[in-house]
Design a protein. Sequence first.
Length: 245
Amino acid sequence: MKEIVPGLWDVDEVKSFVSVHVYLWRWAEGVTVIDTGTPGNAEIILAGVRKLGLHPSDVKRIIITHGDVDHTGSLKALKRATGAQVICHTVEMELLEHPGRRKPARTPLGLLLRPIFAVMMLFPQFRVEPLTPDRTHVDSDKLPEGFTIVHTPGHTPGHISLLHPEKRFLIAGDAIHNRGGKLGAPPPLFTPDVENSHRSIWKLAKKYGDGIDTIVCGHGDPIPSGGQARLNGLVETLFEAEAKA
């Protein structure tokens, strides 16, 4: 487990078919878990909580950035073990309550893969238990942990990122990734609204960029400093490509 900035920890022991991050944010009232990895990771996440000298009952809230199996897979088990409140965007509640509605995008390849994807969801390592969140939020809502909700749709309709203005870090979820140290947009195959996902990145850069030093994503290495410049560079690349299209 690694501390990214004071109080924000990456549970890098999480096991998954794809490299994914689960974060713990330690604050005055306990700890908040951001995303839960794939199925079977609840005990690993709780081990991370114990490394902080805390207990499962100290997990007060679980915030879900979006309803993909590698972010909600251990949600039900973690809630069962902690009794924590589950929070997501109002629009994303549908995917938490009906995980099977998450499908590849309506592209030729995506449509071809949909039946395969549906069969995969029957296997334990991909099966997500449905759950109704305790609270839902919308864009610009302020949370007691110090986070501001930033609605960043595109990858999923109710995707959110979490900005901590005081500590100047962004938990981006899958609104962006930093695989191989290269900042990028979410993969089109699992992004039903690519255009909107690019607008969400523009929003992060242009509306909130002045308050962002550190960025952590669902996938890829953390960006410890210079987050605003990295976001601006990605926006220039994305919208230059769109202008040429």
